[in-house]
Design a protein around this ligand. Sequence first.
Ligand SMILES: [Zn+2]
Length: 448
Amino acid sequence: MSATGDLLVRGGTLLTLDPQARVLDASDLLARDGRIVALGAGLEQPPEARQLDARGCLVLPGLVQGHVHLGQTIFRGLAEDRRLLAWLRERIWPLEAAHDRDSAYWSGLLGAAECLLGGTTTVQDIGIGPEAAGLLEAIAESGLRAVAGKCLMDDGDGLPARLAESTAACLDETEALAERFHGAADGRLRYALNPRFALSCSGELLGEVARIAERRGLPVHTHALEQRDETAQVRARYGGRDEIELFRDLGLLDSDLRIAHGVWLPRRHYGELARRRFSVVHCPGSNLKLGSGIARICRIRRAGIPVGIGCDGPPCNNRLDAFEEVRLAARLQALREGPGSLPGVEALRLATSEGARALGLESEIGSLEVGKLADLVVLDDRRPELLRAPGVDPHDAVVFGAAAACVRHVAIGGSVVVEEGRLLGLDEGRIRREAAAAAARVARRAGF
Ligand SMILES: [Zn+2]
C-alpha cells in the first residue's frame, strides 16, 4: 500500500485546518509520492494521476485519534454498566488474557476498518500485553498511520496471571517489538512505550520505561487521572502521590509523554506540564459511559497543553467514530464552560492539527498544506445532514453535522484506502467473519 505517483482530488471545498483555518472553495489538491504539492483552483491533471471526484464535497485532513484500543474491538458489548476499575478487573482484563494471536490480529483489523471507513487516518493505540505482535501486524497491514506498541503490565490488584508479566520479560519484548515495528509499513507505524496505568505497573517498570524512552527516543503513552477512585488508589499505593507527581519522580515527565483522559488533572500541575513535552488525549464518549467526568479541556488548552481526542476502546464507547467524539467534546464544553467555549473549528482541531501536535506529528499531518503528507477525507455532500445555507461555517457543518456515514473517500499518504464508502485494501467480509469467530472464542475462553 505504498504511495506511488500522483493523486488529484478535484473540485472540493478544502478545510485546510492550517494556522488560519483557511477554507478554499472549489479547489483541487495534488499529491505526489504521498505528499501534498499543490492546492488551488483548476490545477492541471498530470498524466496518469489517480483522480478522486470531490466536486461539491468538503475535504478535510484525515482525522487523528490519539487514544484507541484496537485490540479490544471484539469485546464490544461485553463490559457494560461498570465504572473503570470494575470494568477492567471483571471484564476487560479476563478478555485480554484470553486473546490468541489470531484474535488479536482480527480484532485489530476490524477496528482499523471501522476507523478508515469513518475518516480516521491516524491512531495512537495503547496495545495489548500478550499477543501484542498479532495486533501490531494488523495495524501495520491495515493502511492506517499509527503510533502503537505493546501494553506494559507487571503488577496490579486483580490483574490476571497471564497479564502480569515479569518486569524484565515485558520490557525485553517491547524493545524487540520496537526493533521490528518502528518505521514499519513504509514508515506509517511508529513505536511507543505503553505502560497501561499506575495501577497495573510497578514503580520499577515505570522508571525503566523512562530510561528506554530516553535511550531509544520513543514516546510514552499511558492512562492517567481518569477517575477519582483510580487516583485515590494510586495515592494509597505510591505514598500519597498523584500520577503526575509519581511520573515526575520516576523521570517520565522528561519523556515525550501522552496521557489519555486527564479528567481529574489538577490545575496546580498545568504550568509545569505546559513546559514539558506533554499532551492530554480527551476521550469524552468513554468518560461519559464509565461515569468518569468531563475533562477541563478548555482550561488545559488555555494553559498551553496540547489536547488530542480519541474514542478509547470499543467496549467503553462503543464506536470508533471520531466525528461523534469531536461533536461530543464541543457539546460537553458548552455544558461545562458555556456555549461557544469550544467553537466548531477549535473542536475540529482536536482531531486534526492539534491532535497531530499531541502525537508529535504536527510537521507531517493534521492540516492540508503543501509539504505535508496527503492524509485526507472527502465527505459526501449528498448527505442531507450536511446541506447548509450559504455563509454557514463549514467547520460547524462538520462538527455538528457529520458522522462516519458521511465519509466518501479517504487517502493516507496519497494512497486511496476508501473510495465511494468502500474499503480498497482490506477484505471487509473476511474481517467480519474472522472477527466474529474470534469474539466468540475469546468470550468463551474468558468464561463469559
Ligand atoms: Zn484507554
